[in-house]
Design a protein around this ligand. Structure first.
Ligand code: IMP
Ligand code: MG
Length: 175
């Protein structure tokens, strides 16, 4: 059976929620500059949209960690594929993620980035699947809590496909 995508969160709803989070961050960090760290590749769509909605000064950096292969199950292995370009010392860091699932990636990443002495670290994710949590992580900004379904779009992929969908969908009919 061919894969089809069922819309879970519409483009409009995603846009509205990102606006709200942007306003919230702008208020919380008033008078400061935020340093957004994008976890590639999935976080890139969300981070760009979010950055446009933040009205205080923003700087950005990118890193890539991998904990998954081409399938939908966690291997439990987290490795750094690309590190940040800039030091974090004294910066107000917000890690921007596409989705938090088991929490393993962020648990590992936050611990590693704390050791670089940022002024503060917060976590912002577009999607959260709280039912799937294996490692406890404190999430400061959440776009949407979603049920335990494999989702794509807005940066999220299934075997590298569907990242470019402007909404969040569920893959149906996949092997
Ligand atoms: P965690 O370490 O289990 O929290 O996994 C986080 C990463 O797994 C995310 O950044 C995604 O890259 C990937 N992931 C988890 N759930 C999904 C999903 O439903 N669709 C696509 N990717 C997912
Ligand atoms: Mg990710």
């Amino acid at each position: 059976m061919a894969e089809t995508i069922r819309v879970l969160i519409s483009e409009d709803d995603v846009d509205k929620r990102i606006c709200e989070i942007g306003e919230c961050i702008s208020k919380d960090y008033e008078g400061k500059q935020v340093h957004l760290i994008c976890v590639l590749k999935g976080g890139v769509f969300f981070m760009c949209e979010l950055a446009k909605r933040i009205s205080i000064p923003v700087s950005m950096d990118f890193m890539s960690v991998s904990s998954y292969g081409a399938d939908t199950k966690s291997s439990g292995v987290v490795k750094i594929v690309k590190d940040l370009d800039e030091p974090l010392e004294g910066k107000d860091v917000i890690i921007v993620e596409d989705i938090i699932d088991s929490g393993r990636t962020l648990y590992y990443l936050i611990d590693m980035l704390q050791k670089r002495h940022p002024e503060s670290i917060r976590l912002c994710t577009l999607l959260d699947k709280p039912d799937r949590r294996v490692k406890e992580v404190n999430v400061d900004y959440v776009g949407f809590n979603i049920p335990d379904e494999f989702v794509v779009g807005y940066g999220l992929d299934y075997a590298q496909k569907y990242r470019n969908l402007p909404y969040i969908g569920v893959v149906e009919g996949a092997e």
